[in-house]
Design a protein around this ligand. Sequence first.
Ligand SMILES: Nc1ncnc2c1ncn2[C@@H]1O[C@H](COP(=O)(O)OP(=O)(O)OP(=O)(O)O)[C@@H](O)[C@H]1O
Ligand SMILES: [Mg+2]
Length: 258
Amino acid sequence: MAFLEVNNLYKSFGKTSVLKGVSFSLENGEVLSIIGPSGNGKTTLLRCLNYLEYLDSGIVTLNGQVIQNGETIKTMKDDEIRNNRINFGLVFQSFNLFPQYTALENVSLALSLMEKERAKKGLTPLYDKPAEEVARELLEKVGLKEKMQNYPCELSGGQCQRVAIARAMALKPKILCFDEPTSALDPELTGEVLKVIKELKETTKMTMIIVTHEMEFAKNISDKVMFMWDGVVEEFGTPTELFNNPKSENVKTFLQGY
Ligand SMILES: Nc1ncnc2c1ncn2[C@@H]1O[C@H](COP(=O)(O)OP(=O)(O)OP(=O)(O)O)[C@@H](O)[C@H]1O
Ligand SMILES: [Mg+2]
């Protein structure tokens, strides 16, 4: 059994069916890029994996354990949902930083809250050092040593996105998801964020799922690439398979646009 198994996910919004039987699997440490035209359910899939939307049906297992089941999700207790949700981290297109907190606080406060919750439940802490120290190390890792005391409004988009990446990393997710992490950025800032993601892959071997329209980046960083079309996985394979030798006409047409 693979590290992550996503099985037959369905999700509709009212009469709009968005996910229509999405299935794929991923090994530990692999990076998956999700590509495909607008409106095909890429964001919805990430939001479902992160419990920001509830599946209608389908099953997600991680390390052999069911962490989501569309049949039972609506009756799950909040605590159970929180426990399952933290397996995933999500970096949003628009950063979602708290404007009233510094870069350092944005990273350390999320972790402090998590550590408090763990202590309340009698769980061992995620780290054996204070949240602020962890936050400093992570911000340094994403190249923001000099910007820790700055507020989001004093940072560039690329810097904000790097804070958001450090914040997601701080909670030690088993899988880190990115939803078009550079699409809100000016082209000259895109490279710095992509470089940080690439370094994270190399230094942490973290499993990642990245929705992106940056085809060169996807080709470069991914172990697997998945093309979504009309709410299903139309093609899945290695970057070489998908980019150099696509089987589906839809993939071919899509790639011609780049
Ligand atoms: N909360 C919602 N309520 C109703 N419809 C929604 C909601 N979220 C998404 N949708 C619809 O679901 C479909 C898929 O949207 P989604 O955002 O997942 O696409 P996407 O593949 O991420 O597109 P893009 O590349 O433009 O980001 C769209 O038709 C969208 O309008
Ligand atoms: Mg999207």
